[in-house]
Design a protein around this ligand. Structure first.
Ligand code: 5GP
Ligand code: MG
Ligand code: MG
Length: 177
């Protein structure tokens, strides 16, 4: 285990099991649909890569990068698009793939945006959820795991851009964060 991690919250094995289950659920729901899977960078890149290999219906992938943070360390309603999609979404079934739903501001704003762009449907697949932290009403249609209110890193998720490469989800020792 990395020396700066105090606890492993989700092991590599559990991550695999979660992705398998989510892939089955999604495959069942999107048979014969024009599915566009949109990863929200950077945090979702490993989840996205594992998840789509467990989905066995035809799909396309695209990515967006957004920054939802205002002044502090918490999301505000203000969501800036740093990188937009290449694909057109009008008339397509969009599945947004997020690492973690926290306050909910990011996904609320993205949901509105995809509706404005006339997607046929917009659903959310989130690897993690912190329900206790929610500020706006947003719910994942597909959820990997509910976690308590702690700052987590690994499996794509960072603290100050580090730790994304850890093959598990962990909690930082308090003197690191
Ligand atoms: P929101 O507050 O808008 O729901 O979440 C915005 C983003 O904040 C998440 O997609 C994620 O990238 C980041 N975030 C929220 N909680 C955590 C956390 O515990 N660890 C890390 N690394 N990022 C988080
Ligand atoms: Mg994110
Ligand atoms: Mg981040």
């Amino acid at each position: 285990m990395n020396q700066e991690i105090s606890d492993i919250l989700i092991s590599t094995e559990e991550i695999q099991a979660i992705n398998k289950r989510l892939g089955e659920e999604i495959s069942k729901d999107y048979q014969d649909q024009d599915l566009l899977v949109v990863g929200i960078l950077k945090g979702s890149f490993l989840f996205m890569a594992d998840l789509i290999r467990e989905i066995n219906v035809p799909l396309e992938v695209d990515f967006m990068a957004v920054s939802s943070y205002g002044d502090g360390t918490e999301s505000g309603g203000d969501v800036k698009i740093l990188k937009d999609l290449e694909a057109s979404v009008a008339g397509r079934h969009v599945l947004l793939v997020e690492d973690i739903v926290d306050t909910g501001y990011t996904l609320e704003r993205l949901g509105e945006l995809f509706k404005e762009r006339q997607a046929a449907s917009v659903k959310i697949c989130a690897f993690l959820n912190k329900a206790d932290r929610r500020q706006v009403k947003v719910e994942a249609d597909y959820l990997g795991k509910e976690i308590p209110d702690a700052f987590v890193v690994g499996y794509g998720m960072d603290y100050a851009q580090k730790y994304r490469n850890l093959p598990y989800v962990g909690v930082l020792k308090s003197d690191q964060a």
